[in-house]
Write a protein that binds this ligand. Sequence first.
Ligand code: AMP
Length: 207
Amino acid sequence: MGFRIVLLGPPGSGKGTQAEKLNDDLGLIRLSTGDMLREAVRDQTELGKMAKQYMDKGALVPDDVVIGLIEEKLVSIREGFVLDGFPRTVQQADALGKLVSINRVVNLDVDDDELVSRLTKRRSCPNCNVVFHLLYKPPMKDGVCDKCGAALYQRSDDAEDTVRERLNVYRKNTFPLIEYYSKQGILVNIEGKGSINEIYEAIEASL
Ligand code: AMP
């Protein structure tokens, strides 16, 4: 089995972008609970309808639901993977620890003003889940995904009010995971400011 990595960090810290690069360069499978949930919302499944009520507010979807989603994926994976957006609570981290052993937890550290700017200028691909930024990583053609050609959209939870709420939720529920994994001796802190490539190189060097 290859590397098993968790990307930790507030919304907008670059987890999705860096997970995508780890997938391109190292072949690690990207597992994003946010993407899985958005897909369920788009498909209007029962799970999607339930999750949407939490996501629209910037709140967390209940632990048992996301743990179930991840469990389902992990049973069939034999290769290395990178978790993007999971775990987000101590309960999720405990559940993950029972399923698989993680080699490295990379914490991306970015200040709040920068996070708000990044999230409100973010544009996402609904088809292949690649993320762009209007200033830092604009698509080659306005409003169109470089990778698959689908029309880009702004996530409804990337509106400023919801972004502030997501940052509060992060501080309350997810921030404690830094100490949790630090105690296990597998955490590395990476300054999440700088170019996408600089941050990627720092992550790669830490593995
Ligand atoms: P993300 O794409 O990771 O920013 O996630 C978008 C939204 O999906 C979050 O604001 C939550 O509502 C929900 N979500 C994603 N991952 C989790 C998780 N591990 N636990 C609870 N809710 C989650």
